[in-house]
Structures are given as C-alpha cells and as structure tokens.
Design a protein around this ligand. Structure first.
Ligand SMILES: Nc1ncnc2c1ncn2[C@@H]1O[C@H](COP(=O)(O)OP(=O)(O)OP(=O)(O)O)[C@@H](O)[C@H]1O
Ligand SMILES: [Mg+2]
Length: 259
C-alpha cells in the first residue's frame, strides 16, 4: 500500500503571496518523515499540497511537481478527490463528527466515497480500522456512543481510524499530538511506529523529541523573515539531523536557540 512521493521545485502560493519556495524532497515509503521548523515557515501549507488540500482555499495554487510512485499528483486528468482518498490527513485538533456514533465516524470517509457496503462488511471495517488505530479495546462496547464521548487522545485515534478506513497509501499528520496529554501522545507515537509498516507517513511536529522518536527522516523548514517564503533548509536521516546537521540554522533550531 505504501508509496513514495517525490516533490521537485515546488512553489506554493496564497494568491500573490509565495508562502513556500523551491521545495525538492523525496518521501520514502514505509518510513515516517518528520517536518520541523518555526511557526509560519510553511510546514502545514506544504503538507496540504501533498494531497491537494491546499487548492481548496480560494486563490491558492502550486507550481512545480509532486509525484506519487511516478504519477503526477497534479496531472491534468487527476481528480483531487481521488488524491485525497489515497493520501489521508489527520489534523492538529481531533475533529470527529461530534454527534455521529464512533462506528459511523470510522465509516464517514468511506461513505463519502459513495462505497456501498453490506452491514457485516461495515462492521469488519470498523473493527479493523479501530484495531489499526489502537482504539478497539477501549471502544468496542460503546460503538454507538457519539464521537464526542471520547477523550481527546481517543478522539485523535478515532480520526486516525477514520483516515485509515479508506485505505490510503500515505498518511499526512499535522501536529497530531499538540492537543494531547503525554500519555495519549505516546499512544499516538506507538501507533505511528506500527502504521509505518503499511503507510508512508509524514508528520509535522514542533516537538523535537517526538521527531527524534518517531521519524526515520527529518526535513527542516525555515523562513528568512516576515513576508518571505519558507524553504526546506535541510533533510536527512533523523539520527544525522539531530546529531550532526550540515546547516547552522538547523542546529540552532534543534538545540532550541530559536523558533
Ligand atoms: N489560508 C491562508 N491564506 C493566506 N495565507 C496563509 C493561509 N494559511 C497560511 N498562510 C500563510 O502562509 C505562511 C505559512 O503558514 P503555515 O500555516 O503553513 O505555517 P506553519 O509552518 O504550519 O506554522 P505553524 O507551526 O504555526 O503551524 C504564513 O505566512 C501564513 O500566514
Ligand atoms: Mg502548521
């Protein structure tokens, strides 16, 4: 299922504003790639270009190339909805549908894709997805309760279950633990370690320890000043990035000297 993504010379705009400039990056399958960098440097913006969520904002556009296993994600005949199904996304704040049941939350993405499923098939998918998100044991006796009845960490795992229920090839996560307590954070990190055997994972995080713990490769974005575009400064194996980065700006950021 897992796929690689190759981005080359990607510029990302909001109208006339160039928010991210010149990103060239290889994202490897069956690995977790962490994106780090100070606030406003364009991590979320860049992440959203990978599944064509960026362009839903009026005036927002992209130039350059983004390929998934060699296929142009921005090709003329490519349907963005298909791209979003193949490349799922988990957001900073857990966003389950509050009044929808836990089971229906898991199925929400699949139903949006108009897939018809028999009851038994639905139940199997709910169980498999909740197991995949490491939430099954905590909710199996209350699948009909609303999504809002779960704790924050459980809600985030529910959103991960919803994302993986559509069987994506890539999972994008934008600060998925920033609203969670340390225990829930560790649960999500353990889950990422498991998920990467099946999915390509890209995670934006402000937490250096988290990047070091969960990712195989790390990319550091930075911004030269207000109004300037964000750029990818350096990308390497996570161990190398955290022990001997090439760029001084990377070292300063990682060691907490700015950002
Ligand atoms: N919808 C939008 N319309 C216009 N500009 C935007 C929009 N979203 C973000 N930007 C701008 O794009 C730049 C990059 O923002 P982005 O949210 O990608 O940064 P980030 O690295 O994710 O920051 P943070 O760490 O705070 O989440 C910023 O200058 C921001 O103001
Ligand atoms: Mg962001």
């Amino acid at each position: 299922m897992s796929k690689r993504i190759d981005v080359s010379d990607l510029d990302v705009y909001y109208g006339d504003f160039l928010a991210v400039e010149g990103v060239t990056m290889a994202i490897e399958p069956r690995q977790a790639t962490a994106l780090i960098g100070p606030s406003g440097c364009g991590k979320s913006t860049f992440l959203r270009t990978l599944n064509r969520m960026h362009e839903v904002i009026p005036g927002a556009r992209v130039t350059g190339k983004a390929l998934m296993d060699g296929q142009d994600l921005y090709g003329q005949d490519v349907d963005p909805v298909t791209v979003r199904r193949q490349i799922g996304m988990v957001f900073q704040r857990p966003n389950p549908f509050p009044t929808m049941s836990i089971a229906d939350n898991v199925l929400a993405g699949v139903k949006l894709n108009n897939r018809r499923m028999a009851k038994g098939e639905q139940q199997d998918l709910v169980e498999a997805s909740l197991r995949g998100a490491n939430l099954w044991n905590e909710v199996k006796d209350r699948l009909e309760r609303p999504g809002s009845s779960l704790s924050g960490g459980q809600q985030q795992r529910l959103c991960i279950a919803r994302a993986i229920a559509v069987r994506p090839q890539v999972l994008l996560m934008d600060e998925p633990c920033s609203a969670l307590d340390p225990i829930s954070t560790l649960a999500i990190e353990d889950l990422i370690a498991e998920l990467k055997s099946d999915y390509t994972i890209v995670i934006v995080t402000h937490n250096m320890q988290q990047a070091a713990r969960v990712s195989d490769r790390t990319g550091f974005f930075n911004i030269a000043g207000t109004g300037k575009p964000g750029r990818l400064i350096e990308m390497d194996d996570t161990a190398t990035m955290f022990s001997s980065p090439r760029e001084k700006a990377t070292e300063d950021y990682i060691s907490g000297r700015f950002g």
